[in-house]
Design a protein around this ligand. Structure first.
Ligand SMILES: [Zn+2]
Length: 364
């Protein structure tokens, strides 16, 4: 086995104290205080013979327990249990003050400061790559994001447009992206139909803000900035692709992401396989097929896909972090796994430069 130093480009360690009190619905306040209620529902379902539903509720319980861990440090230690000791993690925070679900107990500033401390903790030294986050609509959020980038020296930016803002929001275009571009730092963005949504944002609006094509103005204005559309289109669009079914809006985001990367028009557009690949048995064969081709377009794709898991969101799925990582390595083979988990992350993070840029004619 080759000696591969894995970089997991997509994990979360925020706790329920970083989410608004009424999220995802007002009764959540009660559920948080009495998780036993969820377990009671699971056993009731089991009594009624609804095994599958009961399993799902059990996993929801695990997910909630993870978020209820006292600190970001405790959650980080949990994911580390699953990975080789030298694994590095891109840690992505969340800004939910603009989501419309009430106050967030811990401020974004404190969330960022906590990640900065985590990076310096002797047990985590060299393994934590904190990203800053922002909601350009929330007063003070842009300033705090820039503080994390320029003063705390964070490694990149995470955004979450489904909350209700466009990726080309004027404050991002004028104040945030220029700083990232100048510092050669990457952007990670949530790009699937699932996940969190602002309270006043319907599915149609959320999809409009999230779809790969929504990034075209950003890609054109900042052609040198590396942007990763996380989740490779998302599980729903992979399922639609697999079953040749239509998706809402008539566009498949997996296909759209792939075409945008393969075209060669956007040399700094990336994607990651986080969360989506936790439906492993269904999707791993497609991923292998997409990545193994010999055309120039296949080679481009191979060099723009990042390994990431989306821990601890994946606590709602059957497979563990370790199980997915091992299966992926086995399915893709050592060379391809190394490309996704070691070589590509170093380039995306700006630590290494690409040796052969000839695949992208626009880079000359
Ligand atoms: Zn995520």
């Amino acid at each position: 086995m080759a000696d591969i130093r894995i970089t997991n480009c997509h994990i979360h360690v925020f706790t329920d104290q970083h989410a608004p009190v009424d999220f995802p619905f007002p009764a959540a306040r009660i559920l948080r205080k009495s998780p036993m209620l969820i377990l009671a529902v699971a056993s009731l379902l089991r009594l009624l013979g609804r095994e599958n539903l009961a399993d799902q509720v059990d996993r929801l319980y695990q997910f909630q327990q993870q978020g209820a861990r006292g600190s970001q440090d405790a959650i980080l230690r949990d994911v580390k249990e699953h990975c080789p000791g030298d694994t590095r993690f891109v840690v992505l925070p969340m800004e939910m003050n603009g989501a419309g679900y009430g106050d967030v107990p811990i401020s974004l500033r404190d969330q960022h400061d906590d990640l900065a401390r985590l990076r310096l903790h002797p047990d985590h030294l060299g393994t934590v790559l904190p990203f800053a986050t922002v909601d350009p609509r929330v007063p003070g959020s842009v300033e705090e994001c820039l503080r994390a980038i320029t003063e705390l020296g964070f490694a990149g930016l995470k955004i979450y447009p489904r909350l209700g803002f466009a990726p080309d929001h004027p404050r991002l275009m004028e104040e945030v992206y220029p700083v990232l571009a100048e510092r050669n730092l990457p952007v990670m963005t949530h790009c699937s139909r699932g996940g969190v949504q602002g309270r006043d944002v319907d599915d149609y609006q959320a999809d409009g803000l999230t779809r790969p094509a929504a990034y075209l103005p950003v890609l054109r204005a900042f052609p040198e900035m590396r942007i990763c559309l996380a989740h490779f289109g998302g599980a729903r669009d992979w399922e639609a692709y697999m079953n040749a079914k239509p998706t809402s809006g008539g566009e498949n985001w997996m296909t759209q992401t792939r075409e945008m990367i393969c075209s060669g028009e956007f040399p700094n557009l990336w994607t990651d396989i986080s969360y989506t690949l936790f439906r492993f048995a269904d999707y791993a064969p497609i991923l292998r097929l997409l990545l193994k081709g010999n055309l120039d377009s296949d080679k481009r794709l191979r060099r723009r896909v990042l390994f990431g898991s989306d821990f601890y969101m994946t606590r709602q799925e059957k497979l563990s972090e370790r199980a997915v990582c091992i299966r992926l390595r086995d399915t893709l083979g050592e060379a391809l796994f190394q490309q996704l988990a070691e070589t590509n992350p170093a380039i995306w993070l700006g630590e290494a430069s690409e040796v052969d840029r000839s695949l992208w004619t626009s880079l000359g």
